[in-house]
Design a protein around this ligand. Structure first.
Ligand SMILES: [Ca+2]
Ligand SMILES: [Ca+2]
Ligand SMILES: [Ca+2]
Length: 842
């Protein structure tokens, strides 16, 4: 034996040892298969989201800390889209004796059940599909087992199919065929995600490769996965052919006419020997003011042990860094899948450029300086908000963000219409308009909802409210935006002599008043009539053709006079009356009327007039409704009555406000305190005294958060991540500490800011696409998401919780709305939080 052979043998033995001891996946207490570096989740997350396929469910792989595969399930198309049918998981069984997880997948529309069983085998898992009855005829050639891989984690990497080398494409370039629509599996509720341009055919992508043994990313051990099967070809598809948010899909067809175990795959995700996730050192990417508390929260792998100390380095003006502080690391404890420790460097107060050194890990740099928070709201107010002004053209320098959208206006949604964005038109129109009749005058003012282009009336109501609060509390005179309602034109970075916030209030109010006057009450939404332009990505002005639909014309035909078209692309007003929404509108319109007085007096007068009318009508309508268990009839009218009192000083509104407020505070102080604090400047000292015990209770809640999680802020676990709760918490702390400094310490607001700006789970990027942060997130689910980009000032929902123990926020893949979309209501809440926070610092 020569030395080399001995070495090889030793390595082989070492490998065998690891294979035998450490390579088997274990079914853990949380009901998923686990080994260091590899988690295989089996229907821990179900296909139950509000928008069908959210790429968040099925069999999922968390590979060295990143969720790289999901959607493992029997599916009915090669590259399922968001609104394609998803299976209900009617039964999920965790069998510890047999060491497997079994789920029954059901497609109700086809009365089709299958069972999927996942069992650890060798270095990975075996996935088997069982059919108790043969495939329904309609699904022969359509039903297959799919597993989807995240493009941004695989593009540019190599793959091998049956030994043939290839590379995952950076951008989709592939072959497709078209097939008759009759062969297309149904989509959700019969919706159609694409416009077939009158061809009667749908696009079907062809596979990039086919074979029995598929090796993904041997050039990147952390992403290496091997899939093999004896039963049917593995086909690799690129889902981005049909939809920009599509994934790489590996698929095998299920056989026709067979029952029993019809398909088995072996899936072996590589686990890097001795891998331990790198520490995530959370700190404020915007920086710190010298006087504040400064605590980095360090997120550690379960297998990692906190170090004794960490250091702070100061970057000199000569470019050299020197250690200036070394401090103890204190362990906080476990929170879901990781361990947390803290590094307090509050004592460092000298202004400068710093970074944290934790063992061999060095963070990017950050500033300590008095002015670091001065500009935190500027990108949101100067860029994000004006870009989301509907019914205007928006220009910035050489760039047009969008032309003037929806010039053809909005049509009455027909009765009994379900809508894909979670609305519905009821059995009547509740207006004087007939189905599909043009409702003239609604295409004025208002804000795009979020990454889409509809007007969510409820959100627009909160937006105007947020602007008015910003205006009344902080009087921001900032003027960086030219807004001309006459020209229907917005130009960024062009001051026009009017404070921007006033123009924003006016813009939102214009749409709400138009709805109140023309429809008679609030619409639920002004939104797309067809799904195939709801997912529009591009200039908002090109979402519709600008011409009203004319049923006398053929599909895609334009009338000889050029004034109408046969394209069913128009926007509809969903007008079923909701008195709760009218209540909220009444609140906002009352507030807006105060702010607009002296700037746009006629709009101010209209707003107040509509507010009073809506309140009377909504009260009457709600009175006819049955009460819920808490004695309410819908409509959060505590704030409404307060706003109406502030605007009119009429005693009846004050009485109603107090009657509703105290029981609501007893029920939930966390949720209601901010509204109660809003009343302080307008009421007497006795009111403030009566509020005191609730503020004490809120302080107990703040203290409880320190025990709940290492960041000390409310962390939501819902299907939409929780930045909104964090901002609301921060704003409440700012106002509570202003009125009750002896009870609430203003320093708690820094925890909210720290969380938003980088001190949070998963990664340490600032969740705000903004100026001032060293490392802001670079990708958001904005309307420019197809460009893997962002709109400055956007606030991401942030850290999305995936059951049972995983937080994530992708910054290389924008297409997850629950973690990357910013909304107009959320981003204007940020304007308030940011303004209140800056005020606290002053
Ligand atoms: Ca929407
Ligand atoms: Ca302006
Ligand atoms: Ca049209």
């Amino acid at each position: 034996m020569n030395r080399l052979t001995i070495l090889s043998l030793a390595m082989l033995l070492l490998g065998t040892f690891h294979y035998a001891s450490g390579q088997e996946l274990k079914l853990n207490k949380l009901e998923y298969f686990e080994k260091q570096g590899v988690n295989v989740l089996v229907y821990n997350n179900l296909f139950t989201g509000g928008f069908n396929d959210e790429k968040n469910a099925g069999i999922e792989l968390i590979h060295h800390g990143v969720r790289t595969a999901q959607g493992g399930a029997v599916r009915l198309s090669n590259t399922p889209e968001q609104w394609d049918l998803v299976p209900d998981i009617s039964n999920r069984k965790v069998d510890r004796a047999s060491n497997n997880i079994e789920a029954t997948l059901r497609y109700k529309d086809y009365d089709f059940n299958s069972r999927v069983v996942v069992t650890p085998k060798g270095k990975g898992v075996e996935i088997s599909v069982y059919l108790d009855k043969p495939l329904p005829k309609a699904l022969e050639g359509a039903a297959g087992f799919n597993l989807e891989f995240l493009p941004s984690q695989y593009w540019g990497k190599a793959y091998l199919m049956d030994g043939r080398y290839n590379r995952f494409p950076r951008y989709v370039v592939g072959n497709t065929v078209t097939r008759p629509n009759s062969e297309k599996p149904k989509q959700f509720k019969g919706y159609n995600t694409s416009d077939d341009r009158g061809t009667g055919k749908f696009i079907d992508p062809l596979p990039l490769e086919k074979g029995r043994s598929f090796l993904l990313a041997p050039d990147e051990p952390s992403r290496l996965v091997k899939i093999t099967t004896q039963d049917a070809d593995l086909m690799l598809y690129d889902g981005r052919v049909l939809a920009q948010n599509g994934w790489f899909v590996v698929r095998s067809m299920l056989p026709a006419g067979k029952t029993g175990k019809v398909l088995t795959w072996t899936v072996e995700p590589n686990a890097i020997n001795g891998w331990v996730r790198e520490p995530n050192i959370g700190f404020s990417q915007v920086g710190y003011i010298p006087a504040q508390q400064k605590v980095a929260v360090i997120e550690l792998d379960k297998k990692d042990k906190p170090l004794q100390t960490a250091s702070l380095y100061k970057v000199g003006e000569d470019g050299n860094a020197t250690p200036v502080y070394s401090g103890k690391i204190s362990s906080w404890g476990d929170y879901f899948k990781y361990h947390y420790a803290k590094f307090d460097f509050t004592s460092v107060k000298t202004p400068g450029i710093y970074y944290i050194q934790y063992g061999k890990f060095k963070t990017n740099n950050f500033l300590i300086e008095n002015g670091v928070y001065d500009k935190i709201t500027d990108a949101t107010s100067d860029i994000w908000i004006p870009i989301h002004m509907n019914h205007m053209a928006v220009n910035e320098g050489y760039r047009v963000w969008h032309g003037e959208p929806f010039k053809e206006g909005y049509r009455q949604a027909p009765p009994n219409t379900d809508h894909f964005d979670l609305h519905a038109q009821g059995p009547t129109t509740d207006t004087r308009y007939k189905a599909l009749e043009l409702i003239p005058g609604l295409n004025v003012g208002g804000y795009f909802d979020a990454g889409d282009f509809d007007i969510e009336t409820g959100a627009n109501i909160s937006v105007v409210q947020n602007f008015v609060r910003t205006w009344e509390y902080f009087k921001p005179s900032r003027d960086q935006t030219f807004v001309s309602q006459k020209q229907r034109y917005v130009d960024l970075h062009r001051p026009d002599g009017t404070p921007d916030v006033l123009q924003f209030i006016e813009h939102g109010t214009l749409n709400l008043v138009a709805q109140a006057k023309i429809i008679g009450h609030m619409s639920q939404t002004l939104s797309n009539a067809v799904l195939d332009n709801y997912h529009h990505l591009g200039d908002a002005a090109s979402l519709t053709d600008g011409l009203p639909y004319n049923p006398a014309l053929g599909p895609h035909e334009v009338a000889p006079d050029g004034k109408s078209s046969g394209v069913k692309d128009d926007m509809w007003a969903f007008t079923s009356r909701n008195p709760g929404l009218d209540f909220n509108a009444a609140t906002t319109l009352a507030a807006a009327s105060r702010a607009l007085k002296g700037y746009n007096d006629s709009l101010a007068a209209s707003a107040l007039e509509q507010s009073k009318r809506l309140l009377i009508e909504a009260t009457e309508l709600l009175g006819k409704r049955p009460q819920d268990s808490l004695g309410r009839r819908g409509g959060s009218n505590i704030a409404t009555n307060l706003q109406l009192y502030i605007s009119t000083r009429e005693q009846q509104y004050l009485d109603k406000f107090q009657e509703l407020l105290w029981p609501a505070l007893d029920r939930n102080v966390t949720f209601t305190l901010l509204t109660a604090l809003d009343a302080i400047p307008h009421l007497d000292a006795a009111y403030k005294e009566k509020l005191r015990p609730y503020v004490v209770k809120y302080n107990d809640y703040i203290k409880g958060l320190e025990k709940d999680n290492p960041y000390g802020v409310p962390i939501g676990l819902g299907n939409w991540a929780g930045s909104g709760d964090v901002m609301n918490f921060g704003t409440t702390v700012c106002f509570a500490s202003k009125y009750f400094p002896e009870i609430i310490d203003a320093s708690h607001a820094f925890k909210a800011a720290g969380y938003l700006f980088g001190s949070h789970p998963y990664h340490n990027y600032s969740l705000v696409a903004t100026v001032g942060a060293t490392r802001p997130k670079a990708m958001f689910y904005g309307n420019n998401r197809a460009d893997f980009s962002f709109i400055p000032g956007n606030v991401a929902p942030g850290l999305l919780f995936r059951k049972p123990d995983h937080f994530e926020n992708y910054d290389d893949w924008p297409f997850f709305w629950g973690q990357n979309e910013g909304t107009i209501a959320g981003n204007t809440s940020y304007l308030i939080f940011g303004s209140a926070f800056k005020n606290v610092i002053k």
